[in-house]
Design a protein around this ligand. Structure first.
Ligand code: CTP
Ligand code: MG
Length: 238
């Protein structure tokens, strides 16, 4: 009885996780989408997922339709996940990242108050970053990890430089991004109705005028985009 109550409380307090892994990895190339390739012996998406098991008990993995069976099997056979006592759903994604996120969010409707969205292609995320996002999300409603931009950034049209942007106020966005579930669901559904496509969750909340707290990101938390992103990692570890 007491355990039941603790478990109910836990469900209300812990955020859900949507891990988006339904991309094709076109820039990375190859037959197998980048998030299903191995790094240090573990599939990239699984490495990312395992970082979250102590922060959540409801996980939705969004995958390409033809990978649903294989990923469900892999997840069921993972001893670390079995020990973690988390509920995991594997569902098919959409054509854009935004559609994939929305499909994941719908699976969590009414199951948790807050949600984290994480790119499966970011396997090097660390616990302290996840903690920063969760605490800011609980305080402000939504939170996003950001890194300062170190390159000079210019607007270019027809291969001609138009102007240089003020780098001091620019930040690049990472994941996990966190939000109240209902707000993000509403913002995502509205964006879909309006045909608006954003590249992250924050952009959908911004267009609703909702506050999003920026927290410090982490340089290690790169998104694997190109083959070279992994060469760099392997070189450093060799
Ligand atoms: N993603 C997704 N559904 C899509 C597109 C992307 O779930 N329709 C996921 C990717 O699997 C990845 C994350 O969103 O974990 C970030 O996207 P990105 O790095 O752009 O991955 P891809 O879209 O797969 O790569 P590319 O754009 O090079 O094809
Ligand atoms: Mg993409």
């Amino acid at each position: 009885m007491v355990e039941d109550r603790i478990y109910e409380n836990k469900l209300r307090l812990l955020p859900g996780l949507v891990l988006v892994a339904a991309g094709k990895g076109q820039r990375f190339g190859g037959d197998v989408p980048k998030q299903f390739r191995l790094v240090e012996g573990t599939p990239i998406y699984l490495k990312a997922l395992l970082k979250f098991v102590s922060f959540t008990d409801q996980i939705v993995i969004v995958v390409p339709r033809d990978w649903e069976g294989q990923i469900s099997d892999q997840v069921m056979e993972c001893p670390a996940l079995a020990r973690a006592n988390v509920s995991i759903q594997v569902v098919p994604g959409g054509k854009t990242r935004q559609e994939s996120v929305l499909r994941g969010l719908k699976c969590l409707r009414d199951k948790c108050t807050h949600v984290l969205i994480h790119d499966a292609a970011r396997p090097f995320v660390c616990s302290s970053l996840i903690t920063r996002v969760i605490s800011a999300m609980l305080e402000y409603g939504a939170a996003i990890p950001m890194e300062p931009v170190t390159d000079t950034v210019k607007r270019v049209e027809d291969n001609m430089v138009v102007r240089t942007l003020d780098r001091s106020s620019l930040r690049s966005a990472q994941t996990p991004q966190g939000s109240e579930l209902r707000q993000l669901l509403k913002a995502s559904e509205r964006a879909a109705e309006d045909g608006f496509i954003g590249t992250d969750e924050s952009s959908l909340l911004e267009r609703e005028g909702l506050p999003v707290r920026a927290v410090e990101g982490d340089k290690q938390n790169i998104k694997i985009t190109w083959k070279e992103d992994l060469d760099w990692r392997n070189d450093n570890e060799a």
